[in-house]
Ligand binder design. Structure first.
Ligand SMILES: Cc1cc2nc3c(=O)[nH]c(=O)nc-3n(C[C@H](O)[C@H](O)[C@H](O)COP(=O)(O)OP(=O)(O)OC[C@H]3O[C@@H](n4cnc5c(N)ncnc54)[C@H](O)[C@@H]3O)c2cc1C
Length: 502
């Protein structure tokens, strides 16, 4: 469990930064009080509109998890109808007031910190979940959390590939693709999207699908936060694989075995069964005084088959082994020894750096491991950093052609991430420097010359070619000209840098 005191401290620093940013208020912009009055006149009666300095804001509005460089809001708006979302977009465009939609509040890219003196468009009233088992569809509001959706789907005997954290917003996830254990079977979450009700940067409400505004639909699936706000989304869902039963095996290996772990993991590249996921977390262990490798294996199939596949890992002699019979909606609650992910704590100073791996090169990874071990020794401020390794089969991702959507990376062997978790804002500079070095060491064995990063795992400094691929940028830029010509949507790893001089 994490000590509360440092989090409180981080919160205070965060408030202080907000106050400082308020000083930069542009004189031509309406004051926060004026924004509240203007929006009260424009939105339907059930909508909530408050100053962020109002106690009701902290109480009623979705607060962010990662606060290393958060967007700075002066007004919070909670719309109740799609026409309210439209009104906020139009108002912001006409008055030059930046805004950002909030779904689950889990976004952590440093690019979010470019938003200053803006409006939080909290979508949490859009939380409906409707499943049509006969049509095999799921229709949700734009702010539902993954955990609520997976529980409802399991009860209906259906599944959808989603991410691994129950409190992440399904829409936010889908807008960037959405990768997770069932991706090996069905592809990215965005590949299962059938249609969306979307308020564009032009303030229009469009129903987008493969047949209506197909150009925008392409962009919504993998780069959606660049073009507008999704208020309702419909997905294709699938009958449960293996009746919803999933084998989860947790193992822990001492640091010196890391080379053997990489070697065995590399054997799955290009031939990983679609039902198998390797989910590793490399972290500092205070009692051994070095890094250890926590390795979880998920298999959506009979346990005996799953155990046979991972037997070479078990033969290495892990420090311990836990075998769980999990369900479609409970993988993350038992994975990695059921440890609470620090990323799910509100107010954490999270510093991410990531690289897509297309190959697994044990010598490079051993060097990386040794560098981290040596650097963290005697540095408690760095010992909260972890390495996260998500290795899915590419089978499901490759069911969809790369031209089918903005989601660019269908042949990734491992989504690899440095998670610099800071419980205190004072840790950020050291975690940042450490993370940059770790990223440099991740790259040589990645199997690519240019940096490629899954947009949701990006730090924010990689640039659009790394997040969306150079090949897709002309098409994505052309969509901006049509659907967001004023570039209102430019704070989340954007296709184009923002209009406010950032
Ligand atoms: C602990 C943790 C675990 C994660 N696990 C995974 C994983 O397994 N797989 C994976 O793919 N990703 C994962 N992620 C990354 C996650 O997908 C992104 O952080 C995502 O942006 C979170 O969406 P959100 O709605 O929760 O966050 P928010 O911060 O609310 O939103 C993120 C971005 O999406 C936009 N957005 C949100 N709602 C809407 C909407 N209705 N319409 C338009 N834009 C919207 C926001 O404006 C913002 O730009 C994880 C993140 C964390 C912190």
């Amino acid at each position: 469990m994490v000590a509360l005191k440092p989090i409180l401290l981080a919160g205070l620093v965060h408030l202080h930064l907000h106050a400082l940013r308020g000083l930069a208020w542009a004189s031509s912009s309406p004051t926060p009080q004026q924004i509240v009055r203007d929006l009260q006149a424009r939105l339907s009666p059930g909508s909530e509109i408050v100053l962020t300095s109002d106690p009701g804001y902290a109480r009623d509005f979705t607060q962010r998890f990662a606060i290393a460089t958060p967007p700075a809001y002066v007004v919070g708006v909670k719309p109740v109808a799609v026409s309210d979302v439209q009104a906020v977009v139009r108002y912001s465009a006409s008055k030059n007031v930046p805004f950002l939609a909030t779904g689950g509040g889990h976004g952590y890219t440093f690019s979010l910190g470019r938003l200053e003196s803006g409006i939080e468009l909290d979508m949490s009233n859009f939380h409906s979940i409707d499943i049509d088992p006969a049509a095999n569809t799921l229709t949700v509001g734009g702010a539902v959390q993954i955990g609520n959706v997976t529980a409802a789907l399991l009860a209906a005997g259906r599944e959808l590939p989603v991410g691994q954290c129950a409190t992440v917003g399904l829409t936010g996830l889908t807008m960037g693709g959405g990768v997770g254990p069932y991706g090996g079977i069905h592809g990215a979450a965005s590949d299962s999207l059938l249609s969306a009700e979307f308020v564009t940067g032009t303030g229009d409400i469009l129903n987008v699908s493969a047949t209506r505004h197909a150009d925008l639909f392409y962009g919504v699936k993998g780069a959606g936060f660049n073009y507008g706000v999704a208020t309702r989304l419909t997905y294709r869902v699938y009958p449960l694989t293996n009746n919803g039963d999933v084998m989860v095996v947790n193992t822990q290996f001492p640091g010196p075995l890391n080379g053997s772990v990489w070697e065995l993991a590399s054997r799955f590249v290009g031939r990983q069964p679609k039902e198998l996921t390797l989910d590793f977390s490399l972290r500092w262990n205070a009692s051994s005084g070095g890094m250890v490798a926590w390795c979880s294996f998920y298999y959506v199939g009979p346990q005996a088959e799953g155990l046979r596949l991972i037997q070479p890992f078990l033969d290495l002699g892990p420090l311990n082994v836990e075998i769980h019979a999990a369900r479609y909606d409970s993988i993350s609650s038992v994975a990695l020894y059921s440890a609470e992910s620090v990323g799910t704590i509100r107010g954490i100073s999270f510093v991410p750096y990531s690289v897509n791996l297309y190959a697994i090169d044990p010598p490079s990874l051993i060097s990386l491991f040794n560098y981290m071990n040596a650097t963290m020794t005697g540095r408690p401020d760095l010992q909260t950093a972890t390495l996260a390794w998500a290795q899915f089969s590419t089978y499901g991702f490759q069911l969809f052609p790369v031209e089918s959507s903005a989601f660019p990376y269908r042949d990734v062997a491992v989504f690899f991430q440095y998670d610099g978790f800071g419980f205190n804002a004072s840790q950020i500079p050291a975690l940042d420097k450490f993370g940059k070095n770790v990223r440099s060491l991740m790259r040589p064995g990645s199997g690519r010359t240019d940096l490629e990063v899954y947009v949701h795992f990006g730090h924010g400094d990689e640039g659009p070619a790394a997040w969306y691929s150079a090949a897709k940028l002309p098409r994505l830029n052309a969509l901006k000209a049509v659907y967001d010509p004023k570039n209102l949507f430019s704070y989340y790893n954007p296709v184009q840098r923002g209009r406010y001089g950032h």
